[in-house]
Design a protein. Structure first.
Length: 402
């Protein structure tokens, strides 16, 4: 059993990871923990994101294995080089808990179809003796951190998401590894596409923002890319890909498709009707739709002969495994930035990278707007590919958050 940490040396820092896993989470946990211990703090790792802060039964004490654990240098040094999150994660939203997910010990108190357990979260933060909370997540996870900040909890946020779409920062943990893997997998699949002289359709993550398809295409991973910010014309796509294939001595062409891409006159393609805690249906299948349409349309642009299609959803292949160099270095910096803010007695901030410099911004920026690709600056609508004129004074990953 773990006890409340109110008697700790300088204070207690809680850390959690929410939403999808990405490479870079464990290095961030390691950076926070090592620096915090060095500065005289105790660190509690909360399991399964926000779920860990509603599952605690204060009357029965706290099972360390189930809800949280005291983090040590030995623990984080073993995991800090690995992918995923050893604290585990979930898409829990404590202000919107369905009846079926209300912890058993709270079901007499919360009986609605949808329940706000924020009161329990606040009590459990106090029960654990947490003086400052460091959530690592995307805009969904961090939007609830904004709620806690507004209720007086000291919060320092760290942005992560492969989509790189958290407002206020040019970089979110996981994005570099995602781009690296996407390029590598696209290059691997070229051999099959070329051998059979086919179109290659690769579906990648990206619900509302197309950074994960745009940047690899800019780096040469594909001929064309489809992003959520622009509804594409299927006939134009087929025409362009047929031209690309004809110009290629190996007779194939490649398109990267964001999962949130939408054809003109169509809608997003969902894998089912069920919504997560933040109201999102699971995306998946636009690559299948595009592959079928390309095959059917291809005779029109290929002298009456059909071009077959290789269709691959990259999905979890780009989010699993170890972090690359950027997703090992940036989380180290972000973790130390978070501790700098705590030592300066600041809260309600999110650490960030802006125009190549580490900084921090008010956490409220997370809920102020959506971060999406500036189509006018970075996308050629007619050619369905990245647009760029000059890289002078651009940040590392080209597309800024402004």
């Amino acid at each position: 059993m773990i006890k409340s940490a109110k008697g700790s040396r300088k204070g207690t820092i809680g850390i959690l990871t929410g939403g999808g896993d990405v490479p870079g989470l464990n290095p961030a946990i390691r950076a926070v923990t090592l620096r915090a211990i060095h500065e005289g703090y105790d660190v509690i790792g909360i399991r399964r994101g926000w779920a860990g802060l509603i599952d605690i039964d204060r009357d029965r004490g706290l099972c360390e294995v189930d809800c949280c654990e005291v983090l040590t240098e030995e623990i984080v040094n073993k995991t800090g080089r690995t992918g995923g999150t050893f604290l585990h994660t979930s898409r829990t939203r404590p202000s919107h808990i369905p009846a079926v997910n209300v912890p058993v010990h709270l079901r007499d108190k919360y009986k609605d179809d949808n329940n706000d357990l924020t009161e329990e979260v606040l009590k459990n933060i106090e029960f654990l003796g947490i003086d400052c909370l460091i959530p690592i997540g995307g805009d969904d996870t961090l939007s609830y951190a904004v709620t806690l900040h507004q209720k007086g909890v000291k919060v320092i946020a760290i942005p992560k998401t492969m989509d790189n779409d958290v407002p206020g920062t040019d970089y979110c943990l996981g994005f570099s590894t995602c781009v690296t893997r996407t390029i590598a997998l696209a290059n691997s699949l070229r051999t099959t596409a070329g051998s059979h002289e086919r179109f290659l359709v690769l579906e990648v993550f990206g619900r509302y923002a197309g950074f994960t398809s745009l940047l690899p295409t800019m780096a040469g991973a594909a001929n064309r890319c489809l992003i959520p910010e622009h509804k594409f014309d299927m006939e134009r796509l087929c025409e362009l890909m047929t031209e690309d294939r004809a110009d290629n001595p190996s007779r194939y062409s490649v398109v990267l498709v964001s999962e949130g891409a939408v054809p003109a006159g169509g809608e997003m393609v969902f894998a089912g009707h069920e919504k997560d805690a933040y109201g999102h249906k699971k995306l998946g299948g636009v690559g299948d739709l595009i592959a079928d349409e390309l095959k059917n349309l291809s005779p029109k642009y290929n002298a009456g002969r059909r071009i077959n299609v290789i269709n691959q959803k990259l999905g979890y292949l780009v989010r699993g495994g170890d972090p690359d160099a950027v997703d090992s270095i940036v989380p180290m910096a972000y973790g130390n930035l978070a501790l700098d803010l705590i030592l300066d007695n600041k809260s309600g901030r999110m650490v960030c990278l802006r125009s190549g410099e580490y900084d921090d911004v008010p956490i409220d920026i997370v809920v102020s707007r959506k971060k999406v690709v500036d189509v006018d600056k970075y996308y050629d609508r007619g050619r369905l590919r990245p647009a760029y004129k000059s890289f002078r004074k651009k940040p590392l990953f080209i597309m800024t958050s402004e």
